[in-house]
Design a protein around this ligand. Structure first.
Ligand SMILES: Cc1cc2nc3c(=O)[nH]c(=O)nc-3n(C[C@H](O)[C@H](O)[C@H](O)COP(=O)(O)OP(=O)(O)OC[C@H]3O[C@@H](n4cnc5c(N)ncnc54)[C@H](O)[C@@H]3O)c2cc1C
Length: 400
């Protein structure tokens, strides 16, 4: 597939930078708590800024590269080859989604206070929607409420899996503001809550797959207990929370899928090079076994297919918007997450016991990316969206 000319120089620069500055940090990253690497990473972020490649997803007037979604997708794949890539260039989830939402919906004051420092990388943010007591796959069903009192909103509720909340300066919180709205989609709003507001209680970083998680790599349980913020912290209009959430999900799924393809490419390289050098007996590399050759061929086919599917979806969003690309977005979300798992699993199997050790990026990704088949909509939800849309053409209407 051709790389757009506009991107060639930038991709080359990113590749060289990651190779020389970031990949050498990976073994430290696997061994030490993330917080201990922060000052080193700050220095690397400074270098990414100096290269002119900081926040590549943003329009040029905000300091980014002014790329379309399908162009940024190529950058996201390149950055995905290392777990530190997106963070070092300040285009990591959930900040990237929050930046996009703030650019489209924030007031001038909100932009000055929250968006500008977020773009500079001075602060981080999180997105707080899912609740333990309600099925997250039904995004209009929740209990956290924001009630107006004087000139404030008072929030009460219980959230979890608020990624990167530990150390974030603010949360974008989804809360019910209009419980009597006729349509469930019009009941919730998004409200900016600074994390130092009294009543914002980070209960714990939830241990996930054997790891505590901290800072940007955390998933927090949070209680909002009479948490009071000015009504000016409302994002967009009251009752628009679900619409705003939908806005972030189309591009967000492209970003994730391309990052996963970057992971697949790296795991694939590791699989091939280990199969070539690991000797089963003198003169008999692992790669001489047909089953390993099958893993290599299947993985290559699936990665290429994934990339084409994601770029096609991104182009459709670029031309016609996320709504028109609903089916394509759901297709890539479950398909590429599945490919990611197959490729990682084959790469681990190729490495034998070595693949399971904490010294290996493979085991980090296997653990860390299991969530890919759950967040931003579980596989089953996306499969059902696709099937429903197709079956509608056959006269079958299936309600959720
Ligand atoms: C790593 C990670 C990071 C996350 N980060 C954030 C974050 O930053 N902010 C945030 O607000 N949330 C976040 N989440 C939460 C995520 O959005 C939810 O986990 C997701 O929406 C699914 O909701 P649930 O976990 O409540 O599962 P449920 O909705 O309870 O579903 C459970 C299971 O039921 C099945 N299922 C659900 N619906 C259907 C259906 N229609 N048909 C068939 N089967 C179905 C699926 O297999 C699903 O896995 C994160 C989750 C993970 C794993």
């Amino acid at each position: 597939m051709m790389t757009p000319e506009k991107l060639q120089g930038s991709l080359e620069k990113i590749r060289t930078f990651l190779q020389s500055e970031i990949l050498p940090l990976e073994s430290e990253f696997l061994r030490r708590p993330f917080r201990e690497l922060l000052s080193l990473l700050r220095e690397k972020r400074g270098k990414a800024k100096a290269l002119g490649l900081w926040t590549p997803h943003l329009p040029e007037k905000l300091g980014g590269l002014g790329l379309s979604l399908s162009e940024f997708a190529r950058v996201s794949e390149e950055l995905g080859r290392t777990p530190l890539g997106h963070y070092v260039f300040n285009c990591q989830a959930p900040d990237i989604g929050n930046m996009e939402i703030l650019i489209e919906n924030a007031t001038a004051d909100q932009k000055q206070v929250w968006l500008e420092p977020l773009i500079r990388g001075d602060i981080r943010s999180c997105f707080s929607m899912t609740e333990p007591e309600f099925a997250g796959s039904n995004p209009v069903w929740m209990s956290t409420a924001a009630v107006k009192e004087g000139s404030d909103y008072v929030l009460n509720g219980h959230k979890w899996f608020t990624s990167a909340a530990d150390g974030a300066a603010f949360a974008v919180v989804m809360a019910i503001t209009n419980p009597d709205a006729a349509k469930p989609h019009h009941r919730a709003s998004q409200i900016i809550v600074p994390t130092n507001t009294p009543g914002f209680r980070l209960v714990r970083n939830i241990p996930v797959m054997g790891h505590e998680g901290e800072d940007y790599l955390s998933h927090a349980e949070i209680r909002y207990e009479n948490c009071r913020v000015p009504q000016q912290n409302l994002l967009g209009q009251e009752g628009e929370g679900f619409t705003l959430a939908q806005q972030r999900l189309g591009p967000g799924r492209i970003h994730h899928c391309m990052r996963w393809i970057g992971i697949c490419e790296r795991a694939f390289e590791m699989m091939c090079s280990y199969a070539a050098r690991r000797q089963l007996a003198p003169g008999q590399p692992l790669a001489s076994r047909q089953i390993v050759q099958e893993w290599i061929a299947e993985s290559r086919a699936e990665i290429v297919a994934s990339r084409l599917m994601v770029l096609q979806a991104a182009e459709k969003i670029d031309k016609e918007g996320s709504r028109a690309a609903r089916q394509e977005i759901s297709l890539i979300k479950f398909f590429v997450a599945g490919v990611l798992h197959k490729v990682l699993d084959r790469a681990i199997q190729t490495h034998g016991a070595l693949g399971l050790t904490n010294d290996s990026l493979l085991s980090y990704w296997y653990r860390h990316e299991r969530g890919a088949r759950i967040y931003d909509g579980p596989d089953e939800v996306h499969k059902s969206v696709v099937a429903r849309m197709i079956l509608k053409e056959y006269g079958v209407e299936i309600s959720i």
